[in-house]
Write a protein that binds this ligand. Structure first.
Ligand SMILES: [Fe+2]
Ligand SMILES: [Fe+2]
Length: 313
């Protein structure tokens, strides 16, 4: 796996991509491809793990045992997603403890959406519906990503994300069929989460310089704007079925294009949140750092046990 490719190595890599086949961990790959994947998969893994926090705060105050069981299962799924993805990253020669270190020292990022607070139980439904819904739009094409371990991890993750999306929608539908107060809670929640959900697809294509490279390498299959459009087109009929209003006066069907026109998200807000100035950035990273430190004894015990098993075998 030298950085200086021989002609057959580079050609082999390019042929694999051209035939839409998978690059596997032992195959030769360009350094930039490896670096891009490590960054993307680590960022994705961190998002799954940090993403447990906003909803996790509602586990102790869920309104019923049924809602608590559903939320518990969902939050545990997100932990599982993080773990699959750290494993996928490790096939590229990095170590998950280094990745965690980079997260808690702010050298690697996670999705901006998790820096917003969850202010009511309706937010649990809205996150499932909109945030997991946006994640599905982003992630389904990654099941065909050129890097084998990443693509395979995404297949199972996407199945679970679709459960998350449905449980969110079902929770909101239940509330919309409830009292006026519950309906108002749902609307208020959707008003807060709509625009940040659109920002989950990243900046507009003309401000996303790395996209072209990732698409040429077939890590990414669609541009940010294409995925955002797909999400809006999927979500508007669902909002109508729920009976909520999406907070965008420019949202309307465009028969010519066969898609919805919609307004511009506040890109300055996205920049601020990415820079660390979102409402909950500090809280999320501090909590993750504390959990990592407090879990040190568990990792040490597991490693000691594994060592003992290895010597007694
Ligand atoms: Fe997830
Ligand atoms: Fe999810």
């Amino acid at each position: 796996m030298s950085a200086e490719p021989t002609a057959p190595e580079l050609e082999g890599f390019e042929q694999t991509l051209a035939h839409d086949q998978r690059i596997e961990p032992r195959d030769w790959m360009p350094d930039g491809y490896r670096r891009t994947l490590v960054r993307q998969i680590a960022q994705h893994a961190h998002s799954e793990i940090i993403g447990m926090q906003p909803e996790g705060t509602w586990l102790t105050t869920a309104p019923s045992l049924r809602r608590k069981a559903i939320l518990m299962a969902k939050v545990q799924d997100e932990a599982g997603h993080g773990i699959y993805l750290y494993s996928a990253a490790e096939t590229l020669g990095v170590d998950r403890s280094d990745l965690t270190e980079q997260l808690i020292t702010l050298r690697q990022k996670y999705s901006s959406i998790f820096n917003y607070p969850t202010l009511s139980y309706a937010d649990v439904g809205t996150i499932g519906w909109l945030v997991d819904g946006a994640a599905i739009c982003n992630q389904v094409p990654l099941c065909r990503s050129s890097y084998g371990p990443y693509a395979r991890a995404m297949i199972r993750i996407c199945k679970e994300e679709s459960f998350h999306q449905r449980q969110g929608f079902e929770l909101l539908m239940t509330m919309m069929n409830g009292t006026d107060e519950q309906r108002a809670m749902v609307q208020e929640s959707v008003d807060r989460w709509w625009w940040p959900s659109l920002m989950m697809f990243g900046p507009p294509d003309d401000a996303s310089p790395n996209s072209a490279r990732s698409m040429a390498w077939r890590i990414k299959r669609h541009t940010n704007d294409e995925l955002r459009q797909r999400f809006v087109d999927m979500t508007v009929p669902q909002a109508e079925a729920l009976g909520v209003t999406l907070p965008d006066p420019d949202l309307r069907w465009n028969a010519e294009r066969g898609g919805y026109d919609f307004g511009e998200p506040d890109w300055d807000e996205l920049d601020r949140v990415i820079r660390g100035e979102g409402p909950c950035n500090e809280e999320r990273v501090t909590r993750r750092a504390d959990a990592h430190r407090e879990g040190g004894w568990v990792r040490a015990a597991a490693a000691a046990y594994a060592g003992k098993q290895a010597t007694s075998a």
